[in-house]
Design a protein around this ligand. Structure first.
Ligand code: ATP
Length: 157
């Protein structure tokens, strides 16, 4: 009985970004974009710490799947919990397409003027471009019933 319960126990998942709690809930499996490749985390996983690259976190729970963008960070895995500390993260369902389009446009316009004078400014613009591209790509690929090009195009205009 106890073994059955342990085997079927979900793993807790918490995704925290620098400014807010993005997600907390139970999961049957969490897929992380680890720096060394995608990692599938099941309940009772051995403890580990990994850095994350820009990508998608997939949270599977009771036959449902949630998708979250993550713009780098770290994940700590314990047998009963996955904690993601993200530089920035969003539920794909809550991404504001117009805002991401505007951010991408700003970054592209700055880069079009030529490379910024100092390395810091360049890294900031480059990160803004990567984040906006990640968000827009995630909406197209993972938003429920989303890839409605007509609607996205409307919002972009
Ligand atoms: P912007 O230039 O539009 O502010 P940014 O990439 O500089 O974008 P971040 O500093 O990465 O924004 O994030 C600030 C906060 O805003 C975070 O909580 C992040 O999750 C959220 N955020 C950023 N862009 C979007 C978006 N397009 N839709 C929803 N939330 C967003």
């Amino acid at each position: 009985m106890t073994d059955y319960w342990i085997e079927n126990m979900p793993i807790r998942c918490e995704i925290v970004s620098q400014d807010r709690m993005v997600y907390q809930g139970n999961a049957d499996m969490v897929l992380l974009p680890g720096s060394e490749g995608e990692m599938g985390i099941l309940p009772n996983h051995a403890p580990l710490l990994t850095t994350l690259k820009f990508g998608i976190i997939k949270v599977r729970a009771q036959g449902q799947e949630g998708f979250f963008t993550v713009a780098g960070g770290v994940a700590e895995v314990q047998p009963d919990i996955v904690t993601v500390l993200a530089d920035a993260a969003e539920n794909v369902e809550e991404i504001d397409v117009s805002r991401a389009e505007a951010a991408r446009k700003r970054a592209e316009e700055m880069l079009a003027k030529g490379p910024p004078a100092d390395a810091d400014a360049y890294l900031k613009v480059e990160a803004a471009l990567r984040k906006s591209n990640l968000r827009l790509d995630a909406v197209k690929r993972f938003r429920r019933g989303a890839a409605k090009p007509a609607r996205i195009t409307e919002e972009v205009k």
